[in-house]
Ligand binder design. Structure first.
Ligand SMILES: [Fe+2]
Ligand SMILES: [Fe+2]
Length: 306
């Protein structure tokens, strides 16, 4: 037992040391972290948000192109970010900009021989982001844009493993399939750490806020003492619910029941005034919401990856 723990520790250290020396890890576009910083301030203005986006003309052009696409089905032409803000709303504009910027920065990572399918991965990630925000809204939690970003980035460690530890990642998937294990358990068995921890290393390198780090690191293993447990719980629920709506990604856990999950318990206790029946109907509402969003998420990801 002690021997196997020592081995796990050594394997984990080896992976972490290798990651620390990699100079080809994906970078996070500055606009994503700057927008989060701005949204965290009490007195930010929409003009400041738009100024940030406008500093990147290619990004602005992409945002306007998508805002005018059939995805949003707006009858009138949107010619400026100001119009997009009015028509789509500030939160949707923030989500759209974040999605485009993050996906664009990962463009080179999904090479042909990768295990992860680019469109499936991003549909799962964008869907998790959307649903994290919906779950948070239902529980009257306000995370100022961090909820969507956390959902979007929660599985980013899988991309790093696929890119830099390709053979090991394939072995993990093979073990998960053979033994019917969730991928993160297979990863822990073979590598001594899982994609959630790898994602957290990347998030720390990007200097993301602690709440985002927790959400990425703990989405498979909730720690109720985590000061960001409510955000983590929202991401965790969203990750599972989105998978139920056919937006799964490789290695997601199929044996999962929401009512038994620690994330559901944590959120329900935080809002204990709600009766069980209300919670059940809320779950229905959340599910209906993601069903409605599913086609839009897929079209959006399809457009951006094209
Ligand atoms: Fe995951
Ligand atoms: Fe996931």
């Amino acid at each position: 037992m002690i021997e196997s723990r020592k081995l796990d520790h050594e394997r984990r250290q080896r992976i972490l040391e290798r990651i620390a020396t990699l100079d080809t890890l994906p970078s996070l576009p500055r606009v994503v972290s700057e927008m989060l910083r701005l949204l965290a301030e009490d007195d930010y203005s929409m003009e400041e948000l738009m100024e940030l986006v406008q500093q990147d003309p290619a990004l602005t052009a992409r945002v306007l192109k998508l805002a005018n696409s059939a995805i949003y089905g707006r009858p009138r032409q949107i010619d400026s970010l100001q119009q997009a803000m009015v028509v789509l709303g500030g939160k949707e504009l923030h989500r759209l900009v974040t999605t485009i910027a993050v996906m664009r920065s990962f463009d080179d990572v999904f090479a042909r021989d990768r295990i992860l399918d680019k469109e499936l991965f991003w549909s799962h990630s964008v869907g998790t982001g959307e649903l994290t925000h919906r779950v948070a809204s239902y529980f009257n939690l306000e995370f100022r844009g961090v909820d969507f970003t956390a959902g979007l980035l929660h599985d980013v460690g899988k991309v790093v493993l696929d890119q830099h530890f390709h053979a090991e990642f394939r072995d993990c998937l093979e073990l998960a399939n053979r033994r019917g294990l969730p991928l993160f358990e297979a990863e822990t068995k073979l590598l001594g750490l899982d994609h959630a921890e790898v994602g957290a290393v990347l998030a720390a390198k990007w200097e993301l806020p602690g709440s985002l780090l927790s959400a990425i690191r703990n989405h498979h293993c909730m720690d109720p003492k985590d000061p960001h447990a409510l955000l983590v719980a929202c991401v965790r629920l969203a990750n599972h619910l989105v998978k139920d709506e056919a937006m799964s990604c490789l290695g997601e856990d199929n044996l999962w029941q929401i009512e038994l999950d620690s994330a559901w318990q944590i959120l329900s206790e935080a809002r204990h005034q709600q009766e069980m029946q209300e919670r059940t109907s809320a779950l229905e509402q959340i599910r209906e919401g993601i069903q409605a969003a599913r086609d839009r998420v897929r079209s959006l990801v399809g457009e951006i990856t094209r």
